[in-house]
Design a protein around this ligand. Structure first.
Ligand code: SAH
Length: 349
């Protein structure tokens, strides 16, 4: 695989341009082309010879849109093809205030949660910072967006992969995507979701990029959590909460817990009561999700009525909570339904 131009910051492009012996102003042109989601071959303001030089070093189109599925509710699911033939998925959801893109950070995932499709084949590889960024640049461009007038207004790191298990690339991505002069999505409009890798949560608090921190909790009890999330054997809920409080102290950002309601596992009255005892008084919000179906997994969700009952218990117990609207499930684009695949398998070879 060649290198990925979208991995580079403006400063890095400036050094590259110097190394190539090109005039300085080319750096801004290249960076602008990248932020507009262009392929190298489409950067028509560059000289032909520079385009040729760049194309020798870098992938022309490291993240290609292979297919787009549109849900009845308007949600779009993207299949992106990477330069090595791996396929990752992404989702674009439109809301009144703008469009939120859900991006992947890894091909596959190591965490192997019992309810999620992303870890079915384990971790295949980490995405580079540029491969994460390019997902956004490409979708923004497709929707007529520019860095000044973004079509993608919000970003959630909630696609396949565990962002904090790909820490260096994720942080580099966050620096580039929030950088002035680039596509410049504000950290307040970015949410990073983690299964709770405690040491990395502390590190993230120190980066000076105050993104919204979301933690996939799914149970108020360590032993029960470990049944559905193997990572819970490594990190106790009490330690996750301490890390969340530290994050709040450092960034001033309220944190969010994701809680997918699974029949017979975590959706009983006793779970609601334990959750209230655990979270009451903390600067947090609970996002309930009804489990989405994953055909290889044999877990079931609960009814909408039961989900509202659970929500009511949390609210009466003094928690700030919402039940997330289920969107994109008809195209396999809902939470936990995103997966990795290979070009070969898709063609049935
Ligand atoms: N690895 C990160 C990012 C994934 S975000 C994390 O664990 O947070 C995707 C969210 O969807 C997580 O909260 C995940 O636990 C949740 N999820 C996974 N499978 C699901 C399913 N089948 N139904 C509903 N939510 C699911």
């Amino acid at each position: 695989m060649k290198r990925i131009l979208q991995d580079l910051s403006l400063a890095e492009i400036q050094s590259l341009v110097a190394e190539l012996g090109e005039p300085k102003f080319r750096a801004a042109q290249i960076y602008r082309g990248v932020m507009l989601g262009k392929r190298i071959s489409d950067m028509s303001d560059l000289s032909k010879s520079l385009r040729a030089k760049l194309a020798e070093i870098f992938e022309d189109e490291p993240v290609k849109v292979r297919e787009v599925f549109t849900s009845a509710d308007g949600t779009e699911k993207y299949l992106f093809e990477l330069a090595d033939g791996n396929i990752i998925e992404g989702v674009l959801m439109s809301y009144k205030y703008g469009n939120t893109q859900c991006v992947s950070t890894q091909v596959g995932c190591r965490m192997n949660c019992a309810f999620c499709a992303s870890g079915l084949n384990g971790l295949i590889r980490n995405l580079t910072a540029g491969e994460i960024l390019a997902q956004i640049l490409v979708v923004n461009a497709r929707h007529g967006g520019t860095p000044e007038k973004r079509a993608v207004t919000n970003v959630v790191l909630m696609g396949s992969g565990e962002p904090l298990d790909n820490y260096e690339n994720t942080v580099k991505f966050l620096k580039n995507v929030t950088s002035e002069g680039g596509i410049c999505v504000s950290a307040r409009n970015i949410s990073l979701s983690t299964c709770g890798l405690v040491p990395k949560m502390y590190e993230l608090a120190e980066e000076g990029i105050p993104v919204n921190l979301t933690v996939s909790l799914h149970s108020p009890d360590d032993a029960e959590r470990a049944r559905i999330m193997p990572v819970a054997k490594a990190y106790a809920i009490a330690d996750i909460l301490k890390a969340c409080d530290y994050y709040f102290e450092k960034t001033g950002r309220r944190y969010i817990f994701e809680y997918s309601l699974i029949a017979g596992e975590n959706a009983g009255r006793e779970h609601a009561e334990k959750l209230i005892a655990l979270l009451k008084g903390r600067p947090c919000h609970v996002n309930l999700i009804r489990l989405n179906e994953v055909k290889e997994k044999h877990l079931a969700g609960i009814s909408e009525k039961e989900a509202y009952r659970f929500l009511g218990l949390l609210e009466r117990g003094g928690l700030s909570a919402t039940l997330r609207r289920q969107i994109g499930a008809d195209i396999g684009g809902a939470c936990g339904q995103l997966r990795a695949s290979r070009l070969k398998e898709e063609k049935g070879e």
